[in-house]
Write a protein that binds this ligand. Structure first.
Ligand code: AMP
Ligand code: GLY
Length: 436
């Protein structure tokens, strides 16, 4: 495999990390990003596209003669971009629309989990004509209430609360369409679980499923897991709790049974399956599936790969994962730098300083997410602006470097969590690394 032209769809930190990895691959000649971002521009051409329009994507892939299209975000997958590319005879990494329903509809996903016997939170799913039943279901739960939109809500459609009143308010505002439009007109209500969270990203080729090193995400905006949920404020890998035995349990109790049920329904899963888990006292339980790499987990996992991600993606798309996944001993810590006001109403348009200096530090990569060019200046244009990833011999060293790099970057109102990987680093000091 050599001389590949890879088209990356998307323009966030996850896609920048994917393109960064592909650009370092000896199998890849050219990386093209659509739409890409200012950081990705240093790696290859960026071209505009409506990534959720299958016709536009197939036309672009043909124009640039892509050997492989790697789809970053969920919306194009749910829209059937991979199906359209395959009809066109082009290799694409990502599931088709039928399989992408695992993320596109939480109610459908819960049905698959039930058929597969996968451990998950007890739940009920309710359409907007069943509001009374939905509210009555809340009364069957104790202590912690979880209300989710059935459909895609850019990571913001989940409320976790100890207040039945707040849960009921969420149910009403979701079902009425007021909060999330059609995505919320069906709600999934579930019992609250507790325990450490874990993200296991699994490469799938239709037959085989191979886990990448697990990561942990930090969902809340504030230190100590306070404040509202975000798309993710940081991540790290390896995760001390995620021993080989835990990953094996996740594969055997969740991933393989899920893929088997999909196969039984005539659905082939190729691409990356992201299992969002809670490690409960009763064992790992699935909170959600995503049908793509996690963001920012991707930025913490990809730098740890010693094997070639482009080769893995190509093989998965071809339905024959054969090259073993190899992982570096180094740990990786990713800190997300966000704009003031995120996640509610981020302030944008500020000039960013210091990216170049941070990028120069040994083992550090700065991935762009919400940035634009304004003349010669890189400016903020979104909530999550940059993801700073640092490798180090262990989590303590990786974290020190990540924060050293983050501290070199400035714009008015920049904010980031100070506790990414803090407790994991403290727990791993002096203990041998038994994690994948
Ligand atoms: P999801 O998009 O389903 O992963 O939910 C987003 C976040 O909400 C998760 O990462 C958890 O932090 C939290 N969450 C989701 N489901 C539950 C649950 N059943 N119990 C406790 N927290 C949950
Ligand atoms: N970091 C969470 C996600 O990608 O959905």
């Amino acid at each position: 495999m050599a001389g590949l032209r890879v088209l990356v769809l998307g323009g966030g930190g996850r896609e920048h990390a994917l393109a960064w990895s592909f650009a370092r691959s000896s199998a890849v000649d050219e990386v093209i990003a659509a739409p890409g971002n200012p950081g990705m521009r240093a790696l290859g051409r960026c071209v505009p596209v409506d990534a959720t329009d299958p016709k536009a994507v197939t036309t672009l892939a043909a124009d640039v003669e892509a050997d492989l299209v790697v789809v970053g975000p969920e919306a194009p997958l749910v829209a059937g971009v991979v199906d359209a590319l395959e009809v066109d005879g082009r290799l694409a990494f990502g599931p088709g629309a039928a399989a992408a329903e695992l993320e596109g509809s939480k109610a459908w996903m819960k049905g698959v989990l039930a058929d597969a016997g996968v451990p998950t939170a007890r739940h009920g799913a309710f359409t907007d004509d069943r509001a009374d039943e939905a509210l009555a279901f809340l009364d069957t739960l104790d202590d912690l209430y979880v209300v989710k939109t059935d459909g895609l809500a850019a990571g913001k459609g989940v409320v976790v609360t100890e207040s039945r009143d707040d849960a009921a308010d969420a149910v009403r505002s979701y079902l009425s369409g007021e909060a999330f439009g059609d995505a919320g007109r069906t709600v999934v209500i579930e019992e609250g679980l507790s325990g450490p969270e874990l993200s296991v990203l699994v490469l799938c080729d239709g037959d085989n499923a191979v886990p990448l090193p697990p990561a942990q995400d930090f969902k809340r905006i504030g230190d100590g897991d306070t404040g509202p949920n975000t798309g993710g404020m940081g991540a790290y890998s390896p995760v001390p709790e995620a021993t080989t035995a835990v990953v094996d349990t996740v594969m055997d109790s969740a991933v393989h049974p899920t893929l088997d049920v999909l196969r039984g329904r005539g659905i082939t899963y190729r691409g990356v399956l992201y299992a969002g888990l809670m490690l409960t006292p009763q064992g790992p339980k699935v909170l959600e599936y995503n049908v793509r790499f996690g963001d920012p987990e991707c930025q913490a996992v990809v730098p740890r790969l010693a094997s070639d991600l482009a080769v893995h993606c190509m093989e998965a798309a071809e339905g024959r994962l054969v090259t073993p996944v190899a992982v570096r001993e180094d740990a990786c810590v990713t800190v997300v730098l966000a704009a003031e006001g995120y996640p509610v109403s981020p302030r944008t348009g500020d000039a960013i300083e210091g990216i170049g200096n941070a990028d120069l530090l040994d083992g550090v990569a700065v991935f762009h997410a919400g940035t634009s060019m304004s003349g010669d200046e890189v400016t903020t244009s979104g909530g999550r602006v940059l993801a700073v990833s640092a490798l180090g011999p262990d989590l303590v060293a990786a974290r020190t470097r990540a924060y050293e790099a983050a501290d070199l970057i400035h714009w008015p109102g920049v904010r980031y969590r100070r506790d990414i990987a803090e407790s994991a680093a403290a727990r791993t000091v002096g203990t041998p690394d038994a994690t994948p």
